[in-house]
Design a protein around this ligand. Structure first.
Ligand code: UTP
Length: 276
């Protein structure tokens, strides 16, 4: 059973300044919902009930979003506007939320390690909320939970990207063991196109086994002097094995301007309008 999911949300979101000066990037709305709520809804669909945010300074809006706002709720109680809160109330009922601070921004591996005591000795999900994933039938993390039941190892979600974009991602090499499923043999963090082993890039969805914590603890800083989750995953791949899964669905890189605008257009036209 996978019941816990980490949300590393400590980053500064500098690509969205000045919008992210006082508001966390994860609170930027795509149509009418903040990015982080889409992520939590995806986790709930995958059967998660414990959400752990790895936060930083200036992120209190996230805590407030997953809490009551008595004054507002009292104002709109009994009116038609109350239905706007149905979605957020449903996730608040489905989950418990906890928060841990990443005091210094030392990379995604370091952020994940901060969740060690809350996660304990269980497999767990990691969602980077600025990668917004859409699948009408089965959410990406739910697809990964299904795979984990069968393979019992860490799994990362991957996507084919244009070669000139490999420098934005961790890139894998692997042997294909099933359609769209690879056993990882190599991983490189943000390679130049000429150094990339493939164009299979890791996106912001991970399902990790808890031995990853000890591996991260023993992983020295890598690219950009940060503790990279890809370095830790490569160590794990050489031991118990790690799978890379070409997920089914769409992904929007909402950490970038283009991806954010594409997501907004897609959700407005294909999701929001069709729900009426
Ligand atoms: P990004 O590389 O997109 O960084 O991190 P960022 O700081 O949020 O955004 P920009 O580049 O300045 O615009 C990917 C994810 O990992 C989290 C971020 O919050 C984001 O969700 N992260 C990254 C941490 O929580 N801690 C870290 O040390 C690094």
């Amino acid at each position: 059973m996978v019941t816990k999911c980490l949300f590393p949300v400590a980053g500064y979101g500098t690509r969205f300044l000045p919008a992210t000066k006082a508001i966390p990037k994860e609170m930027l709305p795509v149509v009418d919902k903040p990015l982080v709520q889409y992520g939590v809804e995806e986790a709930v669909e995958a059967g998660i009930s414990d959400i752990v945010f790895v936060t930083g300074r200036g992120k209190s809006a996230i805590e407030n979003h997953f809490d009551r706002n008595y004054e507002l709720e009292d104002q709109i109680q009994g009116t038609s506007k109350e239905e706007y809160l149905n979605g957020i109330r449903a996730v608040m009922e489905a989950c418990s939320f906890s928060y841990t601070r990443q005091v210094e921004m030392k990379g995604l591996g370091h952020a994940i390690l901060k969740g060690k005591s809350q996660v304990g000795n269980e497999p767990f999900g990691v969602i980077l909320a600025d990668d917004l994933c859409y699948n009408q039938d089965l959410a990406v993390l739910a697809q990964m939970v299904e795979l984990h039941k069968k393979h019992q190892c860490s799994i990362v979600a991957i996507e084919e990207v244009p070669l000139d974009q490999t420098e934005k991602y961790g890139v894998i090499a692997g042997e294909q063991i099933e359609e769209g499923l690879y056993r990882i043999t190599d991983m490189v963090e943000k390679p130049k196109p000429e150094d990339a082993p493939t164009n299979l890039a890791i996106i912001g969805r991970y399902l990790l086994t808890p031995d990853i914590f000890e591996i991260i603890e023993n992983t020295p800083p890598g690219k950009n002097n940060e503790i990279q989750i890809t370095d830790a995953l490569l160590t794990q791949a050489k031991g118990n094995g790690v799978l890379a899964y070409k997920f089914s669905g769409k992904r929007f890189d909402c950490g970038s301007m283009d991806g954010f605008v594409d997501a907004t257009n897609f959700y407005y036209n294909e999701v929001y309008k069709s729900q009426g």
